[in-house]
Design a protein around this ligand. Structure first.
Ligand code: ADP
Length: 737
């Protein structure tokens, strides 16, 4: 921690903001500060001006009991107060026949006592009247301007300063005088700006904490506290909470340069943030007692509350307006398929939702500008810059400061607010440049300089009006603008999503229609192919039977190949026809079918004995009946049984079993074989058309299982298999009609 004797140390422009103003180990001269050990009430530190107030030298008080100053009676009252923990309640005490107001507070291990001589106090009636007047005046104000004017008038009336101002901070903590009342002989500071460095960050923090700060006499001689270091913790005394706290030499010099003799500053705090100050200046010294300071605290609090209300009302009105525009835009987007058109060409346009000079939408690789905007090429380059921003919402009122090339179009777009709706979808709002002439109270660039003689930083000396033209800056975007932009983004995303869903649905329907057409086409095609292929089969049979002998060896081989190919073509056409028929046959002719009987017919049809003489076929006795379309069930069984016979035919002891079992409350049928099995990765595929898991080793068309699946779907059932390559397969199915 900085040691007081080192203070003010060697400051420079970089560290001036770190000036340790909370531990300036001196006080102002209009009262006395004592530090007491709260354990035994021994006085351990004394302001050296005690002599002048108490009629006892300050060093004679050191190490003495507080009772020696207050007397037995007042001491007892004080100790009672401390015990009741009402430490901060001010007490009127008599010392050396003078009335003082004693204010106590703790600072670390120290108990700090401030004594201020008490002048005649206003009667409580007068005090109350004053407060009622404050309330009424504030309530009557209809705007922020009126409210500020009322505050300056009331402050001047109540406390009598020569100049009372409302000083408002901007986003960068520069200040502007927005209301003023003053003595006639003084020049006006209304409308003047002051740079942020005039009230540095740590002073602003202290304002947030202590709210009211009075400097009684700018020309005072700071009063040292003896000893400097508290013997209780060996540290400099933190007297930031004391109203007597001395003022930073830099600030005193600043006030002197401004020809100010005394000042009062009260913090205007809105939603926890320093909004501004009620700043009062007096040409000569001016003392405000504790009660007046409390009145001032009350006034500024009332003012802050009213200001919050006024600002909120304005915000709510603005928010309601933009909300109704947003709703209208949503309606337009719902009615019009094209979002860009709905936002930019409807009765209400997206540029109306936020106060701006123009805007642009970037969607589907195209720009849609509305109102005053940069040229397309400039927009393109701006978009590239925006894409690099980390957040979905970007706003600035001084684009050229971030993107120098934007200086070329600052007249239309010094201010930019942009929201990203999705990848490649952005909306921009632009605000034109607003050339501002800012009148500074002195050249803001002469912030401070190093004062060699005093070995510290000095504030600027000149407060002459200094005009500066600000270019490339637009009006500020409001928080509400950003909220509105975010809300609009939500609405657009929602609508775009709904539209995409619609598009997908439409595509789906188209796809289904195309599929339907394809099915019809394949049905027609296979139907038409059937006759010529059958005809060819007849011709080839005649050729084979009647003219075989006339053919050479090679001719006979070619004939055989033609017959095989023709047979394959026949099978294919039959299968495709069957499958297509399934696809566009409407109703099922449902009946109860005796399964054992049906399987008997299938086995006959397949000609098991003839074609698969080696195979043992086991059919479970008393298979349950099935309900369904008989001809379809016939196809279903014949495909499954045929496959089982075919794909086990090369085994040594081929074995096929057909049965039913109860599984999870359902009758499930199965066809089991000990054949080649189905590899894992083919298990799903084999149910698709033309998907074969075997080469030309086994004859087939790859349609059988697709037919099975389709029939089962039509009967509201399911089919699956258990199989391992080389270890046989079991095909299960159930139907639920
Ligand atoms: P196809 O038998 O005419 O090739 P399917 O649609 O009936 O056509 O069967 C598709 C594929 O499923 C077959 O090519 C075969 O690889 C496999 N498959 C079907 N049933 C069996 C089974 N019982 N054992 C082994 N593989 C089978």
């Amino acid at each position: 921690m900085t040691h007081i004797s080192e203070y003010p140390g060697k400051l420079n422009l970089d560290n001036c903001a770190r000036e340790p103003i909370h531990i300036i180990g001196k006080t102002q001269a209009h009262g006395v500060l004592l530090s007491v050990d709260p354990e035994n009430f021994k006085i351990i530190q004394v302001g050296e001006n005690a002599t002048q107030f108490f009629g006892k030298t300050f060093d004679s008080l050191l190490e003495k009991d507080l009772t020696s100053l207050l007397g037995e009676e007042q001491m007892t009252g004080f100790v009672e107060l401390l015990n009741s923990e009402e430490i901060s309640v001010p007490r009127e005490v008599f010392i050396n026949n003078t009335k003082f107001l004693m204010l106590a507070h703790n600072s670390g291990p120290n108990l700090i006592l401030n004594f201020e001589p008490l002048q005649e106090v206003d009667s409580s009636y007068h005090f109350q009247r004053q407060l009622t007047r404050v309330l009424n005046k504030f309530k009557a104000a209809k705007s922020v301007d009126q409210l500020c004017n009322a505050a300056t008038i009331l402050t001047k009336e109540m406390f009598g300063y020569d100049r009372v101002m409302i000083y408002r901070f901007d986003e960068e903590w520069n200040g502007e005088v927005i209301a003023e009342i003053k003595e006639e002989d003084m020049g006006s500071w209304l409308g003047l700006h002051y740079p942020a460095t005039d009230i540095p960050a740590q002073s602003r923090e202290l304002f947030l904490k202590h709210q009211v700060r009075v400097i009684t006499d700018v020309h005072y001689t700071p009063v040292p506290i003896t000893p400097e270091i508290s013997p209780l913790n060996e540290e400099p005394l933190d007297i930031s909470r004391s109203g007597l706290r001395a003022v930073s030499p830099i600030h005193i010099e600043y006030l002197k340069n401004m020809k100010v003799g005394a000042s009062l500053s009260a913090a205007i705090i809105i939603k926890g943030k320093l909004w501004g100050l009620i700043a009062c200046h007096h040409k000569t010294a001016k003392y405000l007692d504790f009660y007046q300071r409390e009145s001032c605290r009350f006034l500024v609090q009332m003012f802050s509350t009213e200001l919050t209300l006024q600002e909120n009302t304005a915000l709510i009105t603005q928010a309601k307006l933009s909300e109704s525009i947003r709703r209208q835009l949503v309606v337009q987007m719902q009615e019009e398929n094209d979002v860009v058109k709905a936002l930019s060409e409807g009765n209400v346009k997206f540029t109306q939702i936020i106060s701006c000079g123009g805007g642009a939408i970037f969607m589907k690789d195209q720009w849609k500008p509305v109102g005053n905007t940069p040229e397309t090429e400039q927009l393109e380059s701006l978009l590239n810059f925006i894409k690099k921003q980390p957040k979905n919402l970007f706003s600035t009122r001084n684009l050229s400061a971030l993107l120098p090339e934007a200086d070329a179009y600052k007249e239309v777009a010094s201010g930019v607010l942009c929201i990203k709706i999705a990848e490649y979808k952005y909306i921009f709002w632009f605000k034109p440049e607003q050339v501002q002439e800012v009148n500074w109270g002195g050249n803001p660039k002469d912030k401070a300089f190093y004062n060699e003689k005093e070995d510290r930083l000095s504030p600027r000396k000149s407060f002459e009006k200094w005009s500066e033209k600000l270019t490339g800056i637009s009006e500020a975007w409001q928080e509400n603008d950003r909220d509105v932009a975010r809300a609009l983004r939500e609405s657009i995303s929602y609508i775009l999503l709904a539209q995409q869903q619609k598009e997908i649905e439409a595509l789906n329907t188209q796809l289904m229609e195309a599929n339907e057409e394809l099915k019809l086409f394949s049905y027609g095609l296979s139907h038409d192919l059937r006759a010529p292929v059958r005809g060819m089969e007849g011709i080839l049979t005649i050729l084979d039977e009647d003219h075989r002998k006339e053919l050479s060896e090679e001719g006979r081989e070619l004939l055989q190949m033609s017959r095989d190919l023709n047979e394959k073509m026949n099978d294919l056409i039959d299968n495709i026809l069957e499958y297509s028929r399934l696809n566009h046959s409407d109703g099922l002719e449902v009946e109860t079918v005796n399964t054992s009987e049906l399987i008997g017919e299938v086995l006959k049809f397949v000609n098991v004995q003839g074609s698969y003489p080696k195979t043992t076929v086991k059919i479970q006795a008393q298979l349950p009946d099935l309900k369904g379309d008989r001809s379809m069930l016939f196809q279903l069984w014949s495909n499954l049984i045929n496959n089982a016979l075919k794909y086990s035919s090369e085994e040594e002891n081929p074995f096929v079993e057909v049965g039913a079992e109860q599984l999870k409350g359902r009758k499930v049928f199965y066809v089991k074989d000990n054949g080649i099995g189905v590899p894992k990765k083919m298990k799903k595929k084999i149910f698709e058309t033309f998907q074969r898991g075997v080469g030309s080793r086994f004859k087939g068309t790859g349609i059988g299982l697709a037919i099975v699946k389709r029939i089962i779907e039509k009967h509201q059932g399911d089919v699956w298999l258990e199989s391992e390559e080389g270890k046989g397969s079991i095909f299960y199915f159930y139907i639920e009609i």
